[in-house]
Design a protein around this ligand. Sequence first.
Ligand code: G16
Length: 545
Amino acid sequence: MTIRIQPTTPFNDQKPGTSGLRKKVKVFQEPGYLENFVQACFDVVGVPSGQTLVVGGDGRFFNDCAIQTILKMAAANGVTKVLVGQHGILSTPATSCVIRKYQAMGGFILSASHNPAGPDEDFGIKYNVSNGGPAPEGVTNAVFAQTLAMDHYKIVDSADIDLSVIGETQVGDMLVSIIDSVADYAELMQSLFDFSAIRQLLSSEFRMVFDAMHAVTGPYAKVILEEMLGAPQGTVINGIPLSDFGGGHPDPNLTYADALVEIMYGDNAPDFGAASDGDGDRNMILGNHFFVNPSDSLALIAANAHFVPAYAKGLTGVARSMPTSGAVDRVAEAMGIDCYETPTGWKFFGNLMDAGKVVLCGEESFGTGSNHVREKDGLWAVLFWLNVLAARKGESVESIVLHHWQQYGRNVYSRHDYEGVDATAAAQVMDHVRSYFERDLQMPRLANRLVSLWDDFAYSDPVDGSETTGQGLRVLFEDGSRIVFRLSGTGTQGATIRIYLESFEADSAKHCIDAQILLADLIAASHEISNLPQLTGRDEPTVIT
Ligand code: G16
């Protein structure tokens, strides 16, 4: 095996965002761009001898090319064995599952999640560590520093391998094992949930539809829902992964999952609808003419965990990202367990799960998961809901949510996204919020409420003591309401401003009122504090959740 030491020069824009490095495909196709990042990861994490690496992605355009390059670089960097999903396909939670099951050193996940795919769209890469979770900030910061100092990368000159055939082959001295993309993950799901109860539910009058949005979850959903659980053929729609996701935007929300929304809000709608995103870690849950807000979904999952075999013995604790509503906090309080508040990004849950402090985690951004892997997990959430629906025989999704609100009160919640905003204008919006509060020591009254605190959220990891600052501007009101302003860390074009709005409604007579109506005064206040309409020229959010 001949290792080629290829001279290179650094790129200065390889700082990983909320979840890895995401750029346009064209950027990744620049000579050395992918290679520099991969080499920086190997340089930082090191490659002890005898180690296994996992590589897979969501099947988007450039997935297979990137895998061939990574394999040649892994061989040159001394990796002993690589596990690759067949056709280069591994969902993000499945990658986490495989890393953990085979005690691999870590893995590369090739995905830009829900961002559109194709030659002119987005690509992404992130490194997950040996616990199966995204590399923590200490590692991603070190990788970024290393990318700024790159002068060479290592690669072997060998032919591309066939990713379509399950079996073993060699790249240089390194063994490559092409594995079934679904089997390990499906087996894990079977070990967590009451499959026979779900099978019974799916063979009854109950009707469901799962929209894989032409992204990675299709093959997983087909095997698990249709083959293992006996849901009728056709339950999974848009189930074939396409390299451009069929031209769609596989972000499971009310705007982009419009095909599913149409079915679930149409005549003769099914009882249950769900969708997952590009790489299979997000989920959206719908009932017949009913949307479950992701923050509520997390709270409901926690409150109903006793129905699910793997969680029936109780939860040690739960965690949510800061912008996620406090609905799960109320459940945790009632259960007498800890609830942690972390910055946005699944990587912040890893330490808490490894230390046994939390079992369930979730985010407002359609992410829910547990300590079964170290990523959020779209199909897991769908199976959790199905298990709960099977156990609470005959109850609809809507009735389960309304009962939950009756018991705990409703954390009325919404997120307003302003996508593709000019980056300078977005920075001005954030500055305007800061200066609004900095100009006066007195806390103002807004939306008929007294502001009790404003800050830029900072987090001190209770396990390793690491500090993370600048995680979102919070405006907290005396009555528990909140407005949070954050810039997204996952976009590739301009900036995305996210405004998170939350208030609490104890009166069940008001629980059915639309969140946008209940939050109208906070929405108006958010514009007043930030001057967003004037600074960005936008009257309406791009996406409302
Ligand atoms: C990623 C992260 C999540 C985060 C989400 C949104 O999800 O893993 O933790 O909540 O992005 O982040 P932002 O608000 O910075 O855009 P995914 O599904 O894109 O990998």
